[in-house]
Design a protein around this ligand. Structure first.
Ligand code: DX5
Ligand code: ZN
Length: 214
């Protein structure tokens, strides 16, 4: 499955970008929420997400790179998010925040940074719909894929299979047409791609190329 990251879209013409995403029937739309605190960049908030919601029926895959996400879960759920993914270190009570997300009737995920171990998953993975493996340090689009993510993907895949779960693995950062195969081969279910998808006059073709690989 493919989840284009809106961060690289043309923000002066989002209606046009959504038209392409709708016509090419992407699986998810990845929304990167950055607070300038947990990550060194600021993107957009729940108000923008809400105003985008009427433009499509495609599920919103919202990636929260913010401190204390528990304070914003209800807002992003009300804005129309279908999945909320949080970073474990941003919340004092991880299980409580995951439960809060699910109590809104939406899916919950955990994101692991390149330097994070997978140990945090041990007591929580049964409650997750998705594990997001970051293949760059969060904060910016257009960075280079960090190869150690591949081993992490296959280790998480093993855990999911051993426990007979249907948790999805999503991979985010530096995913391009030319490394997508190895990312999928390692066990990824959902590819996030920003700069490799949104490109003037080429977005539609880029989506089609990814879809051919999938
Ligand atoms: C990075 C974000 C990513 C980013 C991906 O912090 O989480 O979703 O937009 O962009 P590319 O595909 O350009 O690496
Ligand atoms: Zn992201």
């Amino acid at each position: 499955m493919i989840s284009p990251s809106l961060l690289s879209a043309d923000f002066t013409n989002l209606e046009k970008e959504f038209k392409i995403l709708n016509e090419e029937a992407v699986d998810f739309i990845h929304l990167d929420i950055m607070d300038g605190n947990y990550v060194p960049n600021i993107s957009y908030g729940p108000g923008i997400v809400k105003s985008l919601r009427p433009l499509t029926d495609i599920p919103f895959d919202t990636h929260l790179m913010i401190e204390n996400p528990e304070n914003y879960v209800d807002l992003f759920a009300d804005a129309g998010s279908d999945i909320l993914t949080i970073h474990p270190k941003t919340t004092n009570h991880l299980e409580r925040t995951i439960s809060l997300i699910k109590s809104n009737g939406i899916k919950a995920g955990i994101a692991l940074n390149p330097g994070d171990s997978i140990e945090v998953l041990d007591y929580i993975i049964d409650e997750l719909d998705l594990v997001l493996i970051m293949s760059v340090n969060p904060g910016f689009g257009g960075q280079k894929f960090i190869p150690s993510a591949l081993r992490k993907i296959s280790e998480v895949k093993k855990i999911i299979e051993n426990r007979n779960l249907d948790t999805l693995i999503e991979v985010d950062g530096g995913v391009k047409i030319d490394n997508a195969k190895s990312v999928l081969g390692a066990g990824a279910d959902i590819l996030v791609a920003g700069s490799a998808i949104f490109e003037k006059e080429k977005t539609r073709d880029n989506i089609r190329k990814f879809k051919e690989l999938l």
